[in-house]
Ligand binder design. Structure first.
Ligand code: MLT
Length: 299
């Protein structure tokens, strides 16, 4: 695996000697690593988990998934860091109110959850929609951000065709239900090899999508369609930033990751081979090691 650091590609093993206690494989099978909690935030109930101690790392999930997509990262990293995963508004076990959604509002939920947990600053990890939310969060609360991991995401706003695609997807969700969204999205989220030969991952992703409420799916589609262009923000991001992308990601391809790496002053880029959009699920050990390396620097 290659990392782009200050314009140079370096092998991942040079920076990713595991700082974790025990191997990642040892802890991913543990069922006892987390406890689900709830907080009333901005008039709704948010479900989250909070495990471990040390530097807080807050994980924001992709669309239309939930916090359980981070299970392997949480299990591995909570031996050394305080790991918070949250079901964003509209997802998982959090409330999914039937109303207008915006990414600014979701960023407000994250800020309120940090206040609830008495966390002043954290390392944030956002994948895809989670990354879009981190741009909204950084615009308002840069002082709460110690570092960012922007994974399989992009800074650009939707194109007109992209917005039209969101509208079409909302109609499919409304008429045919979340399982039609799962059928539509799985080929965009996972690599062909994973779809063919790793049924557990496919089932996990399908189950997350199928359990997402309609109000959350449609609300997020509208919120993502309306999000602003974050490219002008990139040069202003002053904290250390790790960008990660699956080499096979077609939803937010490596070219989008390179654009962010070129514009953000303190950015480095890791391209994970044999992973598509959900790089943290398809290559969990590689993904976790990259996050751990930045967390160790910031701790
Ligand atoms: C995601 O994974 O969060 C979505 O693919 C983001 C998007 O649809 O732009």
């Amino acid at each position: 695996m290659l990392l782009l650091m200050n314009g140079l590609y370096t092998p991942i093993h040079l920076i990713a000697n595991s700082p974790l206690t025990g191997s990642i494989a040892d802890v991913t099978n543990s069922a006892a690593w987390e406890e689900l909690m709830h907080a009333t935030i901005n008039g709704i109930t948010l479900a989250y988990s909070d495990s471990g101690a040390g530097l807080p790392i807050v994980f924001l999930h992709a669309f239309p998934l939930n916090r359980t997509m981070w299970a392997q990262q949480e299990a591995a990293l909570s031996s050394q860091f305080r790991v918070i995963t949250v079901d964003l508004r509209g997802h998982g076990e959090s409330d999914a109110p039937l109303w207008r959604y915006t990414l600014d509002q979701t960023a407000e939920d994250v800020r309120a959850l940090l206040d609830h947990l008495a966390i002043q600053q954290a390392l944030f990890v956002g994948l895809s929609m989670g990354g879009y939310i981190l741009f909204a969060f950084y615009r308002k609360y840069a002082n709460r951000v110690k570092g960012l991991v922007l994974a399989d995401t992009r800074a650009q706003a939707d194109t007109p065709e992209g917005k039209e695609g969101r509208f079409q997807m909302a109609q499919i969700a409304y008429k045919q239900g979340p399982s039609a969204i799962a059928d539509l999205m799985i080929p965009k989220l996972l690599s062909p090899a994973t779809i063919q030969s790793r049924p557990v991952i496919v089932q996990q992703v399908s189950a997350m999508i199928e359990s997402t409420q309609m109000s959350g799916i449609v609300g997020d589609l509208m919120a993502m369609a309306e999000r602003p262009d974050s490219v002008p923000l990139l040069k202003q991001i002053a904290c250390p930033v790790q960008i990660i992308v699956g080499g096979l990601d077609q939803a937010t391809p490596p070219a989008d990751a390179r654009l962010m790496a070129e514009q953000i002053p303190q950015a480095r880029l890791a391209i994970i081979p044999n992973a598509a959009h959900l790089a943290n699920l398809e290559q969990p050990e590689a993904f976790t090691k990259i996050v751990a390396a930045l967390a160790c620097e910031l701790a």
